[in-house]
Design a protein around this ligand. Structure first.
Ligand SMILES: Nc1ncnc2c1ncn2[C@@H]1O[C@H](COP(=O)(O)OP(=O)(O)OP(=O)(O)O)[C@@H](O)[C@H]1O
Ligand SMILES: [Mg+2]
Length: 228
């Protein structure tokens, strides 16, 4: 079992984010501070529109804060250029999006394998790892189906397999069980928790799902732009 490591996986300092559209500025996150130790399984709760996706996007460097600094695994990601951030996402992150983001022209196993393409693995090993990852989410019978041939819940499981297959340093998951029935959702939560225990991967999960909140090391509530 992986030891909890007191080192910070993610450290967020005085981060604010506002969106500007036309004359209107909406402040979503306000001078937020947060420290997540390596290996922690963290759940973020908050009402719709409270800024959960925004926060995950900032940690995943898909968007930049208006002010403040973010460090992941000891490296500052704020203020870095595009190439460095692409490299950061590739090396460190598994991302599970609220709306899966699968490539429609690739099959399930090809969608998963894509996330391993830039890693130093033999083609055969890439295939085996992808198949194993799909097996863990119960999709080994649907390897060669395209996203359009899969249900919403199955597509979500492909997205989860894709995020977990490279055993990343950090998994960012936005409503990972939002499209799943209770049983499948529970299995997925167990799979994520198992990976967390075995590999020490840090998880940050935005959700309304009480089952996930139940297994979390820590549940954070986001309200009025801050963690309360
Ligand atoms: N690109 C954008 N431009 C302008 N406003 C945005 C943008 N993205 C998000 N917002 C606004 O920021 C606020 C927070 O949105 P966010 O998506 O982070 O909420 P959320 O907590 O993930 O909600 P949900 O539970 O519905 O997914 C909302 O009021 C939203 O309208
Ligand atoms: Mg959201």
């Amino acid at each position: 079992m992986a030891q909890k490591n007191p080192k910070s996986a993610v450290s967020i300092s005085q981060v604010s984010k506002s969106y500007i559209s036309g004359e209107l500025e909406t402040l979503v996150l306000s001078e937020l501070n947060l420290d997540i130790p390596c290996g922690e399984f963290v759940v973020i709760l908050g009402v719709s529109g409270s800024g959960k996706t925004t926060l995950l996007n900032l940690i995943g460097a898909l968007d930049a804060p208006t002010s403040g600094r973010i460090h992941v695994d000891g490296e500052e990601i704020t203020g870095q250029g595009r190439w460095a951030l692409t490299d950061y996402r590739r090396r460190k992150l598994g991302f599970i999006f609220q709306f899966f983001n699968l490539l429609p022209t690739l099959t399930a196993v090809e969608n998963v394998r894509l996330s391993l393409d830039l890693m130093d693995l033999e083609p055969e090993q890439r295939r085996t790892t992808s198949v194993e990852s799909l097996r863990r989410v119960g999709l080994d019978k649907k390897l060669d189906k395209f996203p359009a041939q899969l249900s919403g819940g199955e597509q979500q499981r492909v997205a989860i397999a894709r995020a977990l297959c490279k055993s990343p340093f950090l998994v960012l998951a936005d409503e990972p069980t939002g499209n799943l029935d209770a049983d499948t959702g529970e299995k997925i939560v167990k799979t994520m928790k198992k990976l967390n225990r075995e590999t020490g991967t840090t998880f940050i999960i935005a959700t309304h799902d009480q089952d996930i909140a139940g297994v979390a090391d820590r549940v954070l509530h986001i309200r009025k732009g801050r963690i309360v």
